[in-house]
Design a protein around this ligand. Structure first.
Ligand SMILES: [Mg+2]
Length: 436
């Protein structure tokens, strides 16, 4: 069977299952940075910023005042950003243009959807899965997000639950009252996308395990457990995150810990990921660099960006990710060293054949990616600022993902400051830029 017929089989199967369910195309994004005329009066920037959102710019629904101060410095007299900026968040239970609008309202400037990287945004690069029948897990607009990323054949946990009502049995009140008829026309699931933490964890955990153990056919009875199992793409590995509450909340990383451990306990084997996406993975930073370069082109800045400054509140995702990318940049010219870095996290090269439609654009041209830790979120939100950044590592337990090796040097920030306003001041000082 050729690739074309495989594609049409998946598409037809999902369409059969979804008869009568129309899908509306996503709304057109508002005009972002594209089309903005050049005309800044100062010298063109050779550096850019990656800002985390939660714990750096906002805390839940509240804007951190330092963020508004910082952006008053970042906006020039022409009302445009003086340097390229990308917002990189591991949040994923929303749409990119909605997050851009939230940031616009919070910061008092027009943030384009093309400046926002959600945890799942790099899924656009994984086009070898775009025609396959993918099960999506998470909450919020996961189906729409999957389609926006290019996936054409998507089924949800709710679809599986509806098709196979005897599988979800933990909540006694949700068990079927009568024996339902057998489902025979549900499409074979060929891969799973874990977007973010779902609600009703017991339902998602049970059904995802069922799909893995049944090789994508949860209605079937199998003699042996298939291994390797069907591919899993997981976004957002954050174990914890910080909202309005005093203590950190469960993140998607906690859900992944549950899934990995259940799978291992049941099968005796390791759950494997085709890809881990979102901070601190390399592919997310490559995608950020790609978007920064696009901004530079659109603004007509004649310079190229040599240095990135990544501002975040989470040592295990923001700082680890920025430092890890910095080590990747340093190793970029040495094929052997690159391979070693990628091997250390069990990651395939996202620029390799089949991984990326943007492969030619994901070349590394940076000199460095420096990490700046702020104290307005997960890290030391009640504590003092350490004067020595080497004293900033207070993590005694590794909160990173199972497949990322703990390296204490990677969670040491290049700089530690009180808040994002101080971070911008620090960078402008280092780059000899005026604070106005
Ligand atoms: Mg954060």
């Amino acid at each position: 069977m050729g690739l074309g017929s495989l594609r049409s089989a998946s598409t037809a199967a999902v369409r059969r299952w979804r008869r009568g369910v129309p899908w509306a195309p996503p709304p057109r994004p508002r005009r972002g940075l594209g089309g903005v005329a050049p005309g800044v009066s100062e010298s063109p920037p050779t550096f850019g910023f990656l800002f985390d959102i939660d714990g750096v710019l906002v805390r839940g629904r509240y804007v951190i005042p330092a963020a508004q101060k910082a952006f008053r410095k970042l906006i020039g007299s022409n009302g445009q950003l003086r340097v390229p900026v990308v917002f990189v968040t591991n949040a994923g239970n929303c749409l990119q243009h909605v997050k851009a609008q939230e940031l616009s309202d919070a910061l008092g400037l027009e943030v384009s959807p093309e400046q926002v990287i959600l945890s799942h945004s790099p899924l656009r690069l994984f086009r070898q899965f775009h025609e396959k029948c993918m099960l999506v897990s998470g909450q919020g607009p996961v189906e729409e997000n999957a389609r926006n990323m290019g996936f054409r054949n998507v089924v949800t946990i709710q679809d599986v639950r509806k098709a196979f009502p005897l599988l979800d049995m933990v909540d006694q009140s949700r068990r079927p009252k009568e024996l339902p008829p057998l489902t025979t026309d549900f499409p074979t699931i060929e891969g799973i996308i874990l977007f973010g933490e779902p609600v009703r964890w017991e339902t998602s955990l049970q059904l995802i395990i069922d799909v893995l153990l049944s090789n994508g056919n949860p209605g079937a009875e199998l003699a042996a457990v298939p291994y390797p199992h069907i591919p899993i793409l997981a976004c957002n590995m954050d174990l914890l995150w910080m909202a309005e509450a005093k203590m950190p909340r469960f993140g998607h990383g906690t859900f992944l810990v549950c899934l990995e451990n259940i799978y291992k306990k049941v099968t005796g084997r390791e759950l494997k990921y085709e890809a881990l996406i979102g901070k601190p993975s390399i592919v997310t930073y490559q995608y950020a660099e790609y978007l920064i370069k696009q901004q530079v082109e659109r603004r007509g800045w004649p310079s190229s960006i040599c240095r990135l400054y990544a501002v975040g509140d989470n040592p295990m995702s923001d700082i680890y990710g920025a430092n890890f990318y910095n080590s990747y940049i340093k190793a970029a010219g040495q094929a052997h060293a690159q391979a070693e870095v990628k091997r250390s996290v069990g990651m395939a090269d996202p620029r390799s054949e089949g991984h990326s439609e943007l492969g030619k654009d994901l070349y590394v041209s940076l000199e460095s990616c420096k990490s700046i830790l702020v104290c307005t979120g997960v890290y030391s939100h009640h504590g003092d600022v350490p004067t020595d950044p080497h004293e900033s590592v207070t993590e005694t337990v590794f909160h990173g993902h199972r497949d990322f090796h703990f390296d204490p040097s990677l969670v040491e920030a290049s700089y530690v400051v009180e808040d994002v306003n101080e971070a911008v001041e620090l960078v402008f000082k280092k780059e000899n830029w005026s604070q106005e």
